[in-house]
Design a protein around this ligand. Structure first.
Ligand SMILES: Nc1ncnc2c1ncn2[C@@H]1O[C@H](COP(=O)(O)OP(=O)(O)O)[C@@H](O)[C@H]1O
Ligand SMILES: O=P(O)(O)OC[C@H](O)CO
Length: 569
């Protein structure tokens, strides 16, 4: 075990690369408090409607800069950065990067998880509706959607000549943001590690959630060469050592997708515990222990964490909401009716009842539990009394209602409702949102005083692998919290939720997929349709259509039985 250093004990650094910003935070292992941090915003590049990109080099530079500035801040506090014994990484998931292993240069901008350009790729994989969108769920836990990395990678292979050539010449590397960062921070073209962790890998659609390995069957469906994929590691082990920034030589020993990191940071180590993180999007994860539970109500099955190479993987059911904080950004950037996101609560609180609207922010279609890429945003109930403040209020309400949608699905899958909701993330600073969340869901909302739980989760994983004794998981204590309790009647709650459901119904069937732009660029490397046709002879898909569906339903029913059998009532 590491001996206690300095007055704060060993320190752990945590890189938190979110969709909206990059942060580097320093935690004291003794107290789990944040000693200092630095944050830089990350720009979204939107070349076309529905396209969302980021520059991987900007992301990397922001990480290095936040590390360097944070270490300078530490020195100003009279703390020696030499006390940093380990670094953890947590990141926006699914966002897809391809780069050249010889030059280290990205072959294209990162395709951000919110990006919708792969709509036609999804249609091709689903044979224009002939396949059920859940046909790969038994293998990877995910529906076929624009959200996940495999379709984004497929689009890059079909449309970017540099990617095609690099694959042919065996110098193309694929990774999610964790992989891109670790490869660069551990040496890049001079021997950087090409790795990912199980939680990030479980968001690609290419990893088998049972074996925790890349699945040849899944790779075949998407036509993805397995040799461009990183090696899958656990979420907590010494992967390698930093060769960049002022922290050269410090081990990187923790890595988790940001939503899974928040689950760890909220200390949800037991089956039946759940948390919801409100950042750019909003993600509710429910720990199902070491049991794989397949949802029958639109939730994902994902890896929650694996805290060591020889430790068991824990699983989670996840409800993913694409638009949460990004709606605030839209009100600010596009409509120019909200100066600062932090003002939204106060504005909503003071709004007149007359002129109220419902707003479904389906900018990227709707994710869980609907999975409708044809949905688009709607504002319902506009009158001449409606003012900008009504829309700001409705945007906050949409986050609370989308979370209720997830809780409803979760209760159906698990057989019982959650008794409280643990929350974290940038948006939870908004007391108004937290109160309406409690009101609209009818359960207490519990917000830790230290809301940097995502970064804390990565720090816990890193400290655990580096032998920081005080972060032995058995000893870890939950942090103190604020609690928001429901303050409206059940009748009021149900009436409001019924309105929301009416608005949801109006948002569906809007984008006509046939009218969507066909992918531009170069012809496909290989014809996906042929591969999928050929694929029908495989173990998973070699059944006649009806039998295939029956098999899928059979698996779901068995999963439901397992759920009922193993999850606590
Ligand atoms: N007080 C607030 N009220 C409403 N939204 C907020 C507030 N503070 C931050 N946000 C929103 O939360 C998001 C940032 O949260 P954060 O957890 O840092 O996101 P990410 O991890 O996705 O980068 C932004 O979209 C911002 O608009
Ligand atoms: O940037 P966040 O915190 O909204 O997280 C993004 C998710 O990881 C996308 O799956």
């Amino acid at each position: 075990m590491l001996k206690v250093r300095g007055r704060f004990g060993p320190l752990i650094g945590s890189i938190d690369e979110g969709t909206s910003s990059t942060r580097f935070l320093i935690f004291s292992a003794n107290t789990a408090e944040v000693l200092t941090y630095h944050q830089l915003p990350i720009t979204h590049i939107t070349p076309k409607e529905g396209w969302v990109e980021q520059d991987p080099c900007v992301i990397l530079q922001s990480v290095i800069e936040t590390i360097n500035v944070t270490c300078d801040n530490l020195k100003k506090l009279d703390i020696d950065p030499v006390d940093i014994v380990a670094v953890g990484i947590t990141n926006q998931r699914e966002t897809t990067v391809v780069w050249d292993s010889k030059t280290g240069k990205p072959l294209y901008n990162a395709l951000v998880w919110l990006d919708m350009r792969t709509s036609t790729t999804v249609d091709k994989i689903l044979l224009n509706g002939k396949r059920n969108k859940n046909f790969l769920k038994p293998l990877c836990g995910l529906p076929v959607s624009t959200y996940f990395s495999a379709v984004k990678l497929r689009w890059l292979m079909d449309n970017v000549e540099e990617v095609q050539v690099a694959i042919k010449e065996n110098r193309c590397m694929f990774g999610t943001i964790d992989t891109w960062l670790i490869w660069n921070l551990t040496g890049g073209i001079n021997g950087g590690l090409h790795i990912t962790d199980v939680t990030n890998a479980s968001r690609t659609m290419l990893m088998n959630i049972d074996t925790l390995q890349w699945d040849p069957q899944l790779c075949k469906v998407f036509g993805i060469p397995i040799n461009i994929l990183p090696t899958i590691k656990s979420s907590s082990e010494i992967y390698g050592y930093l060769s960049e920034s002022v922290l050269c030589g410090v081990p990187i020993s923790g890595c988790l997708g940001d939503q899974q990191a928040a689950l760890v940071g909220q200390m949800c180590f037991h089956q039946g515990q759940a948390k919801s993180t409100y950042g750019t999007g909003c993600f509710l994860l429910y720990n199902t222990g070491t049991v794989i539970v397949q949802s029958s109500h639109g939730l994902l099955t994902t890896i929650a964490y694996q805290l060591g190479p020889n430790k068991p993987a824990f699983y989670a059911l996840e409800g993913s909401v694409a638009v949460a904080g990004v709606a605030m950004q839209w009100l600010h950037d596009n409509l120019e009716i909200l100066e600062h996101a932090k003002d939204s609560g106060e504005i909503a609180q003071g709004v007149d009842k007359v002129g109220e609207v419902s707003f479904v922010p389906a900018f990227s279609g709707l994710y869980a539990p609907y999975w409708r890429k044809d949905a688009r945003s709607v504002i319902c109930g506009l009158t001449e009394e409606t003012k900008p403040a009504h829309l700001i209020k409705a945007a906050l309400e949409s986050v609370a209602f989308q979370t209720r949608d997830i809780l409803e699905a979760m209760a159906l899958d698990c057989g019982y409702p959650l008794s409280k909701l643990l929350v974290d993330g940038g948006m939870t600073a908004n007391n108004y949102l937290m109160q309406i969340q409690a009101d609209y869901c009818g359960i207490p909302v519990v917000r830790p005083l230290m809301t940097e739980t995502t970064a804390l989760g990565a720090a816990i994983a890193a400290g655990y692998a580096s032998g920081v004794e005080v972060w032995d998981l058995e000893n870890i204590q939950s942090v103190s919290s604020d609690v928001f309790t429901p303050a409206i009647t059940e009748n009021q709650r149900d009436m409001k939720y019924a309105r929301w459901k009416m608005a949801i119904a109006r948002s569906l069937d809007w984008a006509d997929d046939n009218e969507e732009e066909v992918d531009e660029g170069l012809p496909a490397i290989s014809k996906l349709e042929d591969e999928v046709e050929e694929d029908k002879s495989s173990v998973l898909n070699g059944l006649p259509g009806g039998l295939f569906l029956l098999t899928t339903f059979g698996v779901l029913i068995i999963a439901q039985m397992i759920t009922n059998r193993y999850l606590p009532k």
